[in-house]
Design a protein around this ligand. Structure first.
Ligand code: ASP
Length: 326
């Protein structure tokens, strides 16, 4: 029987990191080919092609690089790949997953994975995560689920997943909804059917700048007051609680929202912003009156990705359709 085709790309991150000399910190040097050699079992599951598209810490990935990785992945699907796996650093995995997911217009799975332990560390999780990610990418029941993140035996959907621990092996979770699926005894299991997804066209504009600020106790308004003058095209705020800011911030936001889109998310790490509960100055009802939108369940970082993409394909008016409210 012909094995399915699977395409893997390495971008860098801890999964590709090792120390060059004893006592030095780990840096990304391990190629996709070497990663592949750590999972010999894979050759019994698929015909695999592998490319090293980058060797970067994930903090240094940017939208231009991600668009070129996406175009590589699209080309692999056109050439008959049944699924795609991308390995990268975990620090920005929740953002890249969202970025790819809004643009992934295929039934075939695109699976992202990485590692919390570097390649030569005892108990390195990279090979196990890579093999799991490949199993997910090849599974028939993974189709039509868009982009997913596979880490530590769990499958997370792109719009829900967050890195919720800085160094632990179990570093990823999907607050409120939980993982979309699990790997058990080498099988890929999903408790629910895939849901309808919304996909955006590729951005025509890529130079737009989205400012990102977190509300904090007693914060001044200096940065906010300069957002327009600095030429930002949109603003995302990680607000207090259900999407709140101080009275001073609310006044500044009103001015900004007359010119550019402003979205307020919750900085809590879980749950949704409110729509119609609080009425004080700086509350969600006040901010909506002042022209801001509330991010709903979308976390602040993912909200910034969404706004960048919407402005990039000139679909800002569609914002409300992309924000799931409670
Ligand atoms: N600590 C990160 C990782 O897990 C480094 C990075 O994101 O590149 O890969």
């Amino acid at each position: 029987m012909d094995l399915p085709k699977l395409a893997i790309a390495a971008l860098g991150g801890t999964v590709s990191m090792q120390a060059c000399n004893a006592g030095e910190g780990v840096i990304p040097t391990v190629s996709g080919e070497t990663l592949l050699a750590s999972v010999p079992e894979l050759t019994t599951l698929a015909r695999v092609t592998v490319e090293t598209l980058g060797l970067l810490p994930s903090a240094s990935l940017d939208f231009g690089f991600l668009l070129s990785a996406l175009s590589w992945a699209n080309a692999q699907i056109m050439q008959g790949a049944a699924g795609i796996v991308i390995t990268q650093g975990t620090d920005t995995l929740e953002e890249t997953a969202t970025f790819f997911d809004y643009l992934w217009d295929h039934d075939e799975p695109l699976v992202l994975t990485g590692a919390m332990r570097s390649a030569n560390q005892a108990g390195a999780d990279g090979p196990a995560n890579l093999l799991d990610a490949c199993r997910v990418a090849l599974a028939e029941n993974s189709r039509q689920r868009g982009v997913q993140v596979v880490m530590n035996g769990q499958i997370h959907s792109a719009n829900a997943v967050r890195k919720t621990d800085s160094l632990a092996l179990q570093a990823f979770s999907s607050p409120i909804v939980g993982p979309a699926g699990l790997l058990m005894e080498n099988t890929v299991n999903y408790p629910h059917l895939p849901v309808q997804r919304r996909v955006l066209p590729l951005p025509q504009l890529t130079t737009q700048k989205i400012a990102f600020l977190e509300a904090s106790l007693g914060a001044d308004t200096l940065l906010l007051e300069n957002i327009l003058e600095l030429g930002y095209d949109g603003l995302v705020i990680a607000g207090f609680g259900a999407g709140h800011v101080s009275g001073e911030w609310a006044a500044a936001i009103e001015t900004i929202a007359r010119k550019i889109p402003v979205i307020v998310a919750t900085r809590t790490g879980s749950g949704s912003t409110a729509q119609s509960t609080y009425g004080f100055i700086g509350s969600e009802m006040d901010l909506i009156r002042k022209g801001a939108s509330m991010a709903g369940f979308l976390c602040p970082r993912k909200t910034r990705i969404l706004l960048w993409l919407l402005i990039g394909c000139q679909q800002q008016d569609e914002l409300a359709r992309f924000l799931v409210q409670n």
